[in-house]
Every structure is written in structure tokens, then in C-alpha cells.
Design a protein around this ligand. Structure first.
Ligand code: SAM
Length: 225
């Protein structure tokens, strides 16, 4: 095959340290190496994603705000930020007026940064959302948000079941899913199963929307039955 036909615009873009960091995060094949990667990346994560025009946190909170009234979510509701990382979503929620924010993450160093932002009421470090939920995690949040973690080598589609299990009946789950990963990891089939099995409803979506300068994402707001 002619080499020119196999190149994409992002292949042709200059490789900066921030694009390399993001690409490298997608290349891990065990939870342990991923955790170590984030422990190391924590120091310059915020600067790197800002350099890549990362707008996931704003998009997620916009979608939560858009469905809040219908789902009884208010500024004094309990919000859970799954895979909170350094706290970009928590800070966005706080700036919009939400005050009772908790979160979890796999990486202790990422979550230390989130703690330093002082917008989280409670944080759960060393939490692996690919595993059964730990007993100390509440199961009655009004809203559970998860931004930037449904991407290759991070959370599989099936981790949606954990997010739903943490949400009160009638509450809302708002997630971002990298566009290409949505098709390859079977999100559509799982969502159909959850609609039939658990009465989940898809409230609102933003499809193929802005995410990073070189990647788009689907954003879904789901209501738990
Ligand atoms: C791309 S960052 C997104 C962080 C934050 N939500 C944001 O939007 O900036 C992905 C985060 O998911 C966490 N993570 C990856 N796999 C995880 C897992 N199995 N369980 C919990 N957290 C995980 C990483 O430690 C990292 O902080």
C-alpha cells in the first residue's frame, strides 16, 4: 500500500511532549503499569492536557447541568467523580456551584493533586473500577461523572455497571467515551443490555464532540431506574 494513503492528520502533526504523554497513556496492558504511569505523569498532567486543548471536564459538567433539573440534581446534591485524576472535573463542578463532591482514582499521586484542590469532601485512593466496588464506597450518589477514563487500556465498557451501582435510583451517570473506543469496546451492545435488564435510560448525548485537539468523544447522560 502507498505510504501516503496510510497517514492520518495526527500522524503528520508535530510530536510534542504532551502528545507523547497522552499517546503513551494508551499503551499500557496492566493496571499496575497504568497506575505507575499516572503516578509519574501526575506532576505535569494538567499542563499536558491543557496544551492538547482538553475540554472533557467542561463538556461533562455542561451535560450534567443540562439534565440536572430533570433528575433532581442540585448544587447540594452528592456528586461522585470516578477516576478523578488531578481534580479537573471536581474544580469545574465546584466553579459551577456544586459543593458535595467525592471522588476516587487508581493513582495515589493523581488523587493527592485532587485533594490539594480542596474541592472534594471525600476521596477514595487506590480504587480500581475494573474490580468489584469496595465496601466503603457509598451506593447512593445523586450523580456519578466519569471523564477521560473510557479510553483504550483504562476502563472497559463493563465498568459502567460499577458507576450505575454507585448511583441512587433516578440519579444520573454522565460519561465521556473516546469516539473510536465506543465502537471497539462494545458500548452500544452493553447499553442496550442495560436498558433492557436494568431500565437504564439514555437522557441526552453529545456525539462526536470536542475532547482533545486530535480526538473526539461521545458524551452520554444516563438515568438509573
Ligand atoms: C486521562 S485521566 C482523566 C482524569 C480526570 N478525570 C480528567 O478528566 O482530567 C484517567 C484517570 O483514570 C484513572 N484510572 C485508570 N484506570 C483506572 C481504574 N481501573 N480505576 C480507577 N481509576 C483509573 C487514572 O489513574 C487517571 O487518573
Amino acid at each position: 500500500m502507498d505510504e501516503a494513503t496510510t497517514l492520518t492528520p495526527s500522524d503528520l502533526a508535530p510530536r510534542t511532549s504532551s502528545t507523547r504523554s497522552i499517546a503513551e497513556a494508551l499503551s499500557h496492558h496492566s493496571t499496575d503499569t497504568l497506575k505507575h504511569y499516572y503516578d509519574h505523569w501526575a506532576r505535569h498532567y494538567d499542563a499536558d492536557v491543557e496544551a492538547e486543548a482538553y475540554c472533557g471536564p467542561t463538556m461533562i459538567v455542561d451535560l450534567l447541568d443540562a439534565v440536572a433539573q430533570r433528575t433532581g440534581v442540585r448544587h447540594d446534591s452528592h456528586i461522585f467523580d470516578a477516576c478523578c485524576g488531578t481534580g479537573l472535573v471536581g474544580r469545574t463542578l465546584h466553579a459551577r456551584g456544586y459543593r458535595l463532591i467525592s471522588g476516587c482514582d487508581l493513582s495515589e499521586i493523581m488523587i493527592d493533586k485532587a485533594g490539594a484542590s480542596q474541592v472534594y469532601k471525600r476521596l477514595y485512593p487506590n480504587t480500581d473500577l475494573t474490580q468489584p466496588l469496595p465496601d466503603d464506597l457509598p451506593r447512593n450518589f445523586d450523580a456519578v461523572v466519569c471523564c477521560g477514563a473510557f479510553i483504550p487500556t483504562h476502563l472497559p465498557a463493563t465498568a459502567l455497571r460499577n458507576l450505575i451501582a454507585m448511583t441512587r435510583p433516578g440519579g444520573v451517570v454522565v460519561v465521556s467515551i473516546r469516539e473510536a473506543y465506543y465502537t471497539t469496546d462494545g458500548f452500544e451492545a452493553l447499553l442496550q443490555t442495560l436498558v433492557h435488564e436494568q431500565g437504564l435510560s439514555v437522557l441526552q448525548t453529545k456525539l462526536s464532540a470536542s475532547y482533545l485537539q486530535n480526538a473526539r468523544a461521545h458524551y452520554l447522560a444516563l438515568q438509573v431506574a
